[in-house]
Design a protein around this ligand. Structure first.
Ligand SMILES: *Cc1c(COP(=O)(O)O)cnc(C)c1O
Length: 498
């Protein structure tokens, strides 16, 4: 496998040129100031070489269309092609965000209806579709909570976040200007009610809760938690990124939550695509509606409108209406499945997770016994103690065996954590093959731990220094100083027609 960059594959003079050097330059009428002084240092390859280069690069990529992707908490499930296709129609994809509202009625209707469906599914009064990711939805929600207290001239400044929360929760609360207080989990992995009671006081602005929590466990005591927090004058925020475990069966609004965010790119089958575009709509109860960001999509007597003037709003969160095409895809997904289909989504995602958990518990230690929701966490602590094989070794070996690794070392409360989320779109054969791979790795840990320390063995590059990569990210190719000069000389020679 040749992992050279296009620049390294470049050979002077080999480039394909469709425009002869003697043709009139395209930019003849540009002022000299706007022209380059030296030609760009572009790689020179034949068209065929370029096609092979990028085709082979694309084949090194892993995605849900290639194979099983049990990345816990991320919900990497199949994205229906029908939704992709319809969203790519020019009626949607070529719609300019500044087109007059009158000419965007179809688009606005889809957004309005999406908002209504989400409100009904969650038991909330109203949603905004603006936030462009789950984390931005959290920020939107926490700014709404801040605005609520500020409007009442209440100086509450503390937000409670359980220790099992997604890392974005404490970060969001801090970014929204709150002091973050951590609430420990009980031995069962749920919010410790006794500890929570000690943390509430007159400074409490709210609590951020995830259900199911990041251990894949259903927080049973939601009503009591809501009661404790409301009684102290705080609001309850629901991180519904993992609503795929509950959709069609549970409405956060009925349980006492005041603000909710959902991840369309998890629960509602839209793609994650290289870190985006995502969509994290936020729903609120009636008393918080005035604080939703502008514009809100409303239904006037004749047509849909964008309501801009809302004096108590937190303001504008994003340009225009958020990631509009993602919303179209989620709308199609929800309309395709209907209420009964969405209920099946949550049922099957929980069933698949429990099947894997049950089978894998023979050799890996689950963080908590009993049933899970849509995901579960295994600990490789025994493998570490007995064979020096860590969670990361197991995860890397899975790549050799044809699987994307699970989420590792999260949540932090579980040592050597492997967090597995199969989703509802995998068949039994795939789930069984994944179990077989993990059982094989368990045997390998006893027989040849060294081999696991060096995994993966079958990939273009082996074990990467991930800390270095995260802290000193460098993805820019730069020419060696000497290669650099000869390259640009060659290019300038050609330009001069020599
Ligand atoms: C994925 C996730 C988020 C963040 O969503 P992004 O779209 O990645 O910003 C927040 N909370 C939980 C529980 C999640 O699983």
């Amino acid at each position: 496998m040749n992992s050279a960059t296009v620049f390294e594959k470049s050979r002077p003079g080999r480039g394909t040129s469709f425009i002869s050097g003697h043709a009139t330059p395209v930019c003849a009428d540009l002022s000299p100031k706007a022209l380059r002084s030296a030609p760009p240092r572009l790689p020179e390859l034949t068209e065929g070489e370029v096609v092979r280069h990028y085709t082979n690069l694309s084949r090194n990529n892993w995605g849900v269309d290639v194979g099983f992707y049990p990345l816990g908490s991320c919900t990497m499930k199949y994205n229906p092609r029908l939704a992709e296709q319809i969203a790519s129609w020019p009626e949607f994809s070529a719609a300019h965000p500044l087109r007059p509202v009158r000419a965007a009625q179809g688009f606005l209707r889809i957004m309005y209806e999406t908002e209504r469906i989400l409100s009904r599914l969650c038991g909330m009064a109203r949603f905004t579709l603006q936030p462009a990711a789950g984390a931005q939805g959290e920020l939107c929600g926490m700014l709404i909570i801040r605005k609520h207290h500020a409007t009442r001239r209440d100086r509450r400044n503390t937000v409670i976040v359980p220790d099992s929360a997604h890392g974005t929760n404490p970060a969001t609360a801090a970014l929204a200007g709150f002091k973050v207080v951590t609430c420990p989990s009980s031995d069962e992995g749920l919010v410790d009610i006794g500890a929570l009671k000690k943390l509430v006081n007159d400074d409490l602005a709210g609590i951020m809760l995830t259900n199911p929590n990041t251990l894949g466990l259903f927080e049973r005591d939601i009503r009591e938690i809501c009661y404790i927090v409301h009684n102290a004058g705080g609001l309850v925020y629901y991180d519904g990124a993992n609503f795929n475990a509950l959709v069609g069966r549970f409405r956060p609004g009925d349980m006492g939550f005041d603000v909710v965010h959902l991840n369309l790119h998890k629960t509602f089958g839209t793609p994650h695509g290289g870190g985006g575009p995502g969509s994290g709509p936020v729903g609120v109860v009636e008393k918080l509606e005035p604080h939703l960001p502008v514009p809100l999509i409303t239904k006037g007597p004749e047509e849909f409108e964008l309501e801009e003037h809302r004096p108590l709003s937190i303001g504008r969160l994003n340009a225009f209406a958020g990631n509009a095409l993602v919303i179209v895809k989620a709308y199609i997904y929800m309309r395709l499945l209907g209420t009964a289909g969405l209920r099946e989504v949550s049922g099957n995602s929980v069933l698949a997770a429990n099947y894997l958990k049950q089978r894998l518990s023979e050799v890996y230690t689950p963080s908590h016994p009993g049933r899970c929701m849509h995901e579960f966490v295994l600990s490789a602590e025994r493998h570490k103690n007995e064979a020096g094989v860590r969670a990361v070794d197991i995860a890397k070996r899975l790549i050799d065996l044809g699987f994307h690794p699970p989420t590792m070392y999260f949540p932090l409360t579980v040592p050597e954590a492997l967090m597995i989320e199969p989703t509802e779109t995998e068949n039994l054969e795939t789930l069984d093959a994944f179990v077989d791979a993990l059982l094989q790795i368990d045997r390998e840990a006893r027989e040849s731990p060294e081999m696991l320390h060096n995994a993966p063995h079958e990939t273009p590059v082996g074990r990467l220094d991930e800390v270095e990569a995260a802290k000193n990210l460098n993805v820019r190719w730069q020419a060696e100083p000497s290669a650099n000069t000869s390259h640009s000389q060659d290019a300038s020679k050609r330009k001069d027609g020599q």
